[in-house]
Design a protein around this ligand. Structure first.
Ligand SMILES: NC(=O)c1ccc[n+]([C@@H]2O[C@H](COP(=O)([O-])OP(=O)(O)OC[C@H]3O[C@@H](n4cnc5c(N)ncnc54)[C@H](O)[C@@H]3O)[C@@H](O)[C@H]2O)c1
Length: 457
């Protein structure tokens, strides 16, 4: 029998890893957890994927790869599933009690009042309390508020029966996940990652594990809360900067200035980091991460704390309403009644080139248009023939435009950038187009015979 991982020094752990005698269990094999599990299995370690989604588990064990928009992982999936290096299960008792390392890649969303929801982590934490093998190591990859591990998760895992004591008979740390959906393979092989444990020895063990699997720079952080703060800082930085550009873009519309021309030139300044305006900021990360920091700040009872994040959220959440104003404005100028119109929504994913509609701005835009009496059609290459927001997604764009009085680009999927504008104009009942992503230049739209509005243009 090999030594418990917690008792190993770095050299012993390296040897155990390269001999393949360490078993990994990844709890939550979704967008991030599955590619993570595949990376561990592909490095030669026996990996168990644990998930409550029995359909997902069944599909994985039958060799059906679920993440069609994460290229290259399909080949690794085929290999590790057929070699039985990776199996999926819904049985927490069996999987956790066999594992030396347990990674938590559980969802950390927020509720309808924007309150972060850590219920999956809390639930699994209490299950670990019953099933964790002594001497094993828990690593939280989920995005959490600074202090969640130290102030809450550890005592949940220790449980009331005190079978387990942190540092004594189980270790815990974090390696916050920073990959971008749609580009996970690239990010997993290039992006530096942060590692931290509840003490230096555990940090070193986590470092060795990730070093064995991922060919990326690993940065050791002084503690878990600092590592989690870095993760939130990078994403909230984006949320705030996008809000700034969104607000500027509305202002520039009034001044008759093209925001995209401004940004192109501003990029030439060495210390300017470009962000682009759009219909809103969605996805499982940016909006949630801003609210996670705001939630953290609540403990101090000062309403003005982190006010810049609050203001940014307000701007980003108001962008769908601005898109509606642009639509109303162009319909009114064209003497077309919006109430009876049919509008094609181009793209519903929250960001380009992924199949993901979590917190997508397309949803409030569609709801607001429906409330105004507009009939909605949708084309999104990632959702062909599926029913989303109660609407069956069109299979083809150009064949479904003849009753459309307008088209609004919400997501800039790559395939939309080569769209033939003249053909578009010729196929529509009336050629109004609203571009919220700067895909179309005003002059090109005019040349093609489109009646055009561009957000920020
Ligand atoms: N998706 C991203 O872009 C991204 C990027 C970086 C970090 N993150 C963070 O990574 C974490 C995971 O995100 P994701 O996008 O992979 O989520 P996801 O929803 O795609 O996957 C989570 C998985 O956990 C499973 N699950 C839920 N409750 C469970 C339970 N009690 N026991 C076992 N399995 C359970 C779900 O069925 C699902 O398959 C989150 O904290 C998120 O903020 C996400």
């Amino acid at each position: 029998m090999i030594k418990q991982i917690l008792e190993m020094n770095a050299e012993e752990l390296k040897t155990a890893l390269s001999s393949g005698s360490i078993t990994i269990c990844i709890v939550g094999i979704g967008r991030i957890g599955l590619p993570t599990a595949l990376s561990f299995a592909n490095s030669g370690l026996f990996t168990i994927g644990l998930d409550v989604n029995s359909e997902l588990v069944k599909n994985i064990n039958s060799g059906i790869y679920p993440l069609k928009d994460e290229p290259e992982y399909d080949k690794i999936f085929e290999k590790v599933v057929s070699e039985k290096k990776f199996i999926a299960t819904t049985n927490i008792e069996e999987s956790v009690s066999k594992a030396d390392v347990i990674l938590l890649s559980l969802p950390t969303p927020m509720d309808s009042n924007n309150i972060p929801d850590y219920s999956a982590l809390r639930l699994v934490g209490s299950q670990l309390s019953d099933h964790l093998q002594e001497g094993s190591l828990v690593i939280v990859e989920s995005t959490i508020e600074p202090g969640f591990v130290e102030n809450e998760l550890i005592s949940i895992i220790e449980g009331s029966n005190k079978r387990l004591n942190v540092e004594k008979n189980f270790g815990i740390g974090v390696c916050p996940e920073t990959a971008n959906p749609g580009e996970i393979m690239v990010d997993f092989t290039k992006l530096p990652r942060l590692v931290a444990g509840v003490n230096q020895k555990i940090t070193q063990l986590i470092y060795e594990i990730y070093h064995y699997v991922f060919p990326v720079e690993l940065i050791k952080m002084p503690n878990c809360k600092t590592a989690n703060a870095v993760k939130l800082t990078t994403n909230v930085f984006r949320d705030i900067n996008i809000a700034f550009i969104n607000e500027l873009s509305i202002f520039f519309e009034k001044l008759g200035i093209d925001t995209f021309t401004v940004l192109e030139a501003a990029k030439s300044k060495y210390n300017f980091q470009v962000h682009y305006p759009g219909a809103g900021v969605g996805g499982p990360c940016l909006p949630v991460n801003s609210y996670q920091l705001l939630n953290s700040a609540k403990t101090f009872g000062d309403d003005d704390m982190l006010s810049i994040i609050k203001a940014s959220r307000k701007v980003n959440e108001s962008m769908p309403e601005h898109v509606i104003k642009l639509i109303q404005n162009v319909f009114s100028e064209s003497n077309r009644e919006l109430g009876n119109a049919t509008i094609m929504v181009l793209g519903i994913s929250y960001k380009p080139n992924v199949k993901d509609i979590q917190l997508t701005p397309a949803k409030p835009i569609i709801e607001k248009l429906k409330n105004l009496g507009v009939k909605i059609k949708i084309f999104d290459p990632f959702y062909k023939n599926e029913k989303i927001f109660d609407i069956t997604i069109e299979n083809d764009l150009f064949e479904n435009l003849s009753d459309c009085d307008g088209l609004v680009i919400v997501t800039n999927h790559d395939e939309f950038s080569s769209i033939n504008l003249k053909l578009l104009a010729s196929k529509m009942k009336f050629p109004i187009i609203i571009d919220t992503r700067g895909l179309i230049k005003k002059d090109n739209a005019k040349k093609a015979g489109l009646v055009f509005r561009g957000l920020g243009q």
